[in-house]
Design a protein around this ligand. Structure first.
Ligand code: AMP
Length: 514
């Protein structure tokens, strides 16, 4: 099963259906897209001499060219290595070399810098260069088996070097079906907006929208501009999009500014990082019931648990708040459990590592047999995330195991403290981390970004913590920051925060201890 057949199928049955749009402008229909993709696949095979299993890196900005290149790679039976376009050329080159990619598609302005950093033999090509004929190439996608590799997904690397997660055509097909059954049964006439990086979640969801023949829309800005997204959705109608929680917050701000809920933007799937209860409650109040949450990781892409729209919107449920603070229940293609340090399954309410098994779980890490064996031991993917399952199967994520703070022998999950602090109107963003403490082992530090115009008031925050949580969990220090350090996917870099604290809090003026 080659994923490129999803494109071929609609191109044959419904060639005139609009496929790619830049803003509201039609770039090509499904028939045209399949022809371009096949032609590019022909060039990859005949001009570059690539054959099944060879890797092709895509170091591309969000654009319709990304989808054209991705499906051409698959059509030719090759393996795609999408790389976040915001990475430094040296970081991108490291990934390209690690994947031993034969070729890399990138933007014209980036070819030279990338070439300078590459050590392996990858050829660098400008994705816009029209060496490809408009037609020709193989009429059918090269046959691929379910366990043949489709996508080497480099982990976002909040610590250390990224690893290449090996995702097969079968893994991604299972993920696609899960989207259509569990997340959003997307209407055939719908549109999907690529506002988040296509090298990550937004691009992974392209297959579900290809399967139903939806319109694939890249905003003209190529990025995430809330006003542009809202205006585009009004024109396009039936729009869905994937958004990181920080993007949701900015959309909510924009709707509030405009004084009206969004029109045409029907579904926002959020995930990839914690969505705090106060934030989703505000999003619901301002934007209405159009949200679905997913929890996944590159190793089981977009597909571990789902919190469906109906549950998010069910204010009448006695455990609504708890459910909003959860990441939902297992996707239909996977089994999810929580285990102790010896791998024993814990009963409901037990806190431990989240493990997953099922059709979406990766084949392993590219050329890292030890890391693969460790992550996939006993037939389960060990996520490195800590969580709790309730009696009904809803999973609450605590934190990455390495972010857990142990102070005076007691565990503090930063997320709990962050949830409380975000309840204070003066707090826009917060990250809680541990810092070495000679007496307690570690002590809790809250790094706070104040809301615009708000006064940073550690005493008020401490009073809130005293009223809402056990004393040992209270931050011992509050730092006032202008921004939180984040990686290219918007995830807070807690390792960088911890390091900055160790280095004396540079860039993080100590604005109040207690
Ligand atoms: P990545 O492999 O880059 O997609 O990162 C995956 C990690 O992001 C997971 O292991 C979680 O720690 C975190 N994550 C993903 N989805 C969620 C979510 N809905 N809520 C909280 N954290 C999440």
């Amino acid at each position: 099963m080659n994923l490129a057949r999803l494109l071929l199928r609609i191109a044959r049955s419904d060639p005139g259906r609009p496929a790619l749009l830049l803003g509201e402008r039609l770039v090509c229909d499904y028939g045209g897209l399949a022809a371009r993709v096949a032609a590019r696949a022909g060039v990859l095979r005949d001009v570059h001499g690539l054959g099944p299993g060879d890797r092709v890196a895509l170091h591309l900005d969000n654009g319709t060219g990304f989808l054209e290149a991705l499906y051409a790679v698959w059509w030719a039976g090759l393996v795609a290595v999408p790389i976040n376009s915001k990475l430094h050329p040296s970081e991108a080159a490291w990934i390209i070399d690690d994947a031993a990619a034969a070729l890399v598609f990138t933007e014209a302005g980036r070819c030279e810098a990338l070439g300078r950093h590459l050590q392996g033999g990858a050829r660098v090509l400008d994705v816009q260069a029209r060496s490809a004929p408009r037609d020709g190439g193989p009429a059918w996608p090269v046959t691929r088996a379910g366990d043949d590799l489709a996508w080497l997904f480099y982990t976002s690397g909040t610590t250390g070097r990224p690893k290449g997660v090996m995702l097969s055509h079968g893994n991604l097909m299972a993920m696609t079906w899960c989207y259509l059954s569990d997340v959003d049964p997307a209407p055939a006439a719908g549109a999907t907006l690529y506002a988040a990086p296509m090298s990550h979640g937004a691009g992974l969801y392209s297959m579900a929208h290809m399967l139903v023949g939806a319109r694939h829309v890249v905003p003209e800005s190529g990025g995430f501009e809330p006003d542009e997204i809202l205006a585009l959705s009004r024109g396009l109608r039936d729009v869905s999009m994937f958004a990181a929680p920080t993007m949701v917050r900015r959309l909510v701000d924009a709707c509030e500014r405009q004084g009206r809920p969004p029109e045409g933007l029907e579904t926002i799937v959020y995930g990839g990082g914690p969505m705090y209860v106060e934030d989703i409650l505000r999003a619901l109040a301002v934007m209405g019931p159009r949200f679905v949450q997913i929890y996944g990781q590159g190793e089981s892409p977009m597909t571990i648990t789902v919190l469906p729209r109906a549950h998010i919107a069910d204010h009448a449920h006695p455990r609504h708040r708890a459910r909003l603070g959860s990441v939902g229940f297992a996707h239909s293609a996977v089994e999810v459990a929580v285990v102790d340090a010896d791998g024993r399954r814990l009963p409901a309410g037990g806190q431990g590592e989240i493990v997953v098994r099922g059709a979406t779980v990766m084949q392993g890490y590219w050329q890292r047999p030890e890391a693969s064996a460790d992550a996939l031991r006993s037939g389960w993917l060990h996520t490195g995330d800590v969580g709790v399952l309730d009696e009904d199967g809803f999973l609450t994520l605590m934190d990455r195991a390495k972010d857990l703070i142990i102070t005076g022998g007691s565990n503090v999950y930063p997320r709990e403290v962050e949830e409380v602090l975000l309840g204070h109107p003066s707090v826009a963003e917060v990250a809680v981390v541990g810092e070495p403490d000679p007496e307690w082992g570690e002590s809790v530090v809250a790094c706070v970004v104040p809301a615009p115009g708000a006064r940073f008031d550690p005493a008020a925050l401490d009073a809130l913590c005293l009223a809402r949580m056990a004393r040992f969990k209270r931050p011992r220090r509050y730092l006032c920051l202008a921004t939180l350090p984040k990686n290219n996917y918007g995830k807070v870099l807690k390792t960088a925060l911890r390091q900055s604290l160790k280095d004396g809090g540079q860039g993080a003026p100590d604005a109040g201890g207690r």
